[in-house]
Design a protein around this ligand. Structure first.
Ligand code: GLC
Length: 571
């Protein structure tokens, strides 16, 4: 599908584009390949699609002077953000890559496996099944999970096949309007399902959908991430196809407003972060991530930024947009200040005074230095840093979580300095975080007493398994995207090469176990779709970094970074 050579500006006016994008300079030879490619004419339109940002919506703050590294990755990002190249590219149907390289033999196998996982509803493809593994009890792996579909959707978009993504977005939107009850309690209108499945009635020859909003899920928790992923995917679809008509549909506009009104409502909160129950995200069972988990905060931030460009400024939209702008400012300040940890910050916490009262308190949440775990002193490199797992009164969860940190980079919740520091940490803690199979979902694992108390003695989440320090191949796409965004593609290449030594041979496991990720997970499903799609997305992005634009947001220069002390290269 090719997009028209027009610019749809924010107020819906259409004008033709006659100017070409000026290409930024690149130092990396990998990126220089981009410069030789014909540049599409509609980049300007893509730019204006994303341009509505906080600067346009008041709150004047002066941008900080960027460091050299930050400037470098900004240049790459500006470039990648503006690249637009729709159409069928690589993969199963075009085994020879457009760059003229011979694709890895696994790529064709992965495309075949991904296509086998397609789920149809009344003749239309609407999603991909979580795992096509018939050897094990199905549980709910025969469903289409919203979060699991994201890498599949990106693979299809990158391959110029947006229809399935459109169908998925519209189908799940319909499900959102269902009445959702757990026992006698009704959930909020905006909640999106964790998953759905198609029921075939062979007698009546009909098909119906069944959705799970948490009422069947283990622990009976509603997925907080689904709605955020839905908005993020709507932007990816719009950005990739140039088709703004889907997002402009009144039902899509309403869907976004409903999702956001669940999170923007006023209550007893004193923090701009979102209070959550354990198990409400990718880690969907008890793992001590209740409170303010980084995964949800980063997705929340990204969804807010995506909604800002997708919402119409009509009577209903305008009010939501105003609330989004306010929340984004507070949220970015809170996250960058209180969730960020590097050597300097660690040392500050180590020396914290406690029992401070009033506005002058430095240790605002009364974190007791004795609660610092031993491992964090060894884990923290001299150069590097990360957003910790959780911050709430007297509680900092110092665990490193992959998804939240990668999304922080992609959404520009992390400042350019923080993004570089996160990549520095991944590089210097390679053995711990990547080992023999990318990539740890979190680090480190909870063991013995901690495991008993925090997981409730969960036999699936034993140390270095599943959500408790297991290695999840799906995270490869997030790592790759973060690498490209920060100008470090060589890190992604290293991780992909590791995955290529085993993934196909092992039949695409859901996760690996052990401190190095050497063993196929205890109860890991095989033919796990997001392991397959994650690999494809990583490969396609590395081959053509312009794909990054659909899942990455430029730094909003109006959102002032607050932690100048945390630059990893000042050491
Ligand atoms: C597991 C994962 C969850 C995923 C689901 C389907 O429950 O924890 O994140 O969505 O499997 O693959």
């Amino acid at each position: 599908m090719s997009a028209p050579n027009v610019d749809v500006s924010q107020n819906g006016n259409i004008r033709t584009i006659d100017s070409l994008f000026t290409v930024a300079e690149f130092d990396e030879s990998d990126f220089s390949r981009l410069l030789d490619r014909p540049r599409p004419l509609n980049m300007e339109r893509q730019r204006s699609f994303d341009e509505r940002s906080l600067n346009e919506l008041s709150i004047g703050m002066s941008p900080p002077p960027p460091s050299r590294t930050a400037e470098y990755s900004c240049r790459i990002n500006d470039h990648l953000e503006n690249m637009f190249s729709p159409g069928r590219r690589s993969g199963y149907n075009t085994p020879r890559s457009h760059m003229g390289f011979e694709p890895h033999p696994m790529v064709a196998e992965a495309w075949e496996a991904l296509r086998r996982s397609l789920v149809h509803f009344r003749g239309l493809p609407v999603g991909t099944i979580a795992a096509l593994d018939n050897s094990d009890e199905k549980l709910n792996y025969d469903q289409v999970f919203v979060r699991d579909f994201v890498p599949s959707a990106l693979a299809f978009l990158m391959n110029g096949e947006p229809e399935i993504v459109r169908n998925f977005l519209l189908k799940t939107l319909r499900l959102q309007s269902w009445e959702k009850k757990i026992d006698r309690f009704q959930l909020g209108e905006g909640v999106m399902p964790a998953s759905f499945k198609v029921l075939h009635d062979p007698i009546r020859n009909s098909e119906t959908l069944i959705a799970d909003f948490g009422e069947s899920a283990i622990g009976r928790v509603a997925p907080v991430d689904s709605g955020f992923w839905w908005i993020i995917l709507l932007r990816a679809y719009t950005k990739s196809t140039g088709d703004t008509s889907l997002a402009e549909l009144p039902e899509c506009q309403k869907g976004m407003r409903l999702i956001l009104s669940l999170c923007l409502s006023e209550g007893f909160d004193t923090f701009p972060t979102l209070l959550c129950a354990d198990g409400c995200c990718m880690i969907d069972r008890r793992m001590g991530v209740y409170g303010y988990p980084i995964e949800i905060q980063a997705l929340f931030f990204m969804a807010l930024r995506c909604a800002l460009v997708l919402l119409k400024q009509d009577v209903e939209g305008k009010e939501v947009v105003e609330r989004i702008v306010k929340r984004l400012h507070a949220l970015s300040y809170h996250m960058r200040s209180y969730f960020w940890l590097d050597l300097k910050q660690l040392n500050d916490i180590y020396r914290y005074k406690t029992e401070e009262y009033s506005h002058t308190a430095v240790n605002k949440f009364n974190v007791i230095p004795d609660s610092l775990p031993d491992w964090v002193f060894d884990f923290m490199p001299i150069r590097g840093g990360y957003f910790i797992g959780n911050v709430s009164p007297a509680r900092m969860d110092f665990r490193w979580f992959c998804l939240g940190n990668c999304i922080a980079i992609l959404s520009s919740l992390a400042t350019p300095e923080q993004s570089t520091a996160i990549m520095d940490l991944i590089e210097s803690r390679w053995e711990e975080l990547v080992g023999e199979m990318p990539l740890k979902v979190c680090y480190p694992a909870l063991e013995s007493h901690d495991w008993r108390i925090v997981t409730g003695s969960d036999p699936k989440n034993t140390r270095w398994s599943y959500h408790n320090g297991g290695s999840w191949p799906v995270l490869l796409w997030l790592l790759t995207a973060a690498c490209i965004k920060t100008g470090r593609p060589q890190i992604a290449r290293r991780a992909i090469e590791l995955a290529e030594t085993r993934l196909l041979k092992d039949n695409w496991p859901e996760y690996y176990d052990g401190t190095l990720g050497r063993f196929i997970g205890k109860q890991a499903r095989k033919s796990q779709t997001w392991s397959i799609a994650g690999y494809l997305v990583a490969k396609m992005m590395l081959e053509d970094p312009s794909h990054l634009g659909m899942i990455s947001l430029e730094e909003d220069k109006q959102m002032k970074p607050v932690l100048r002390r945390s630059n990893s290269w000042t050491f």
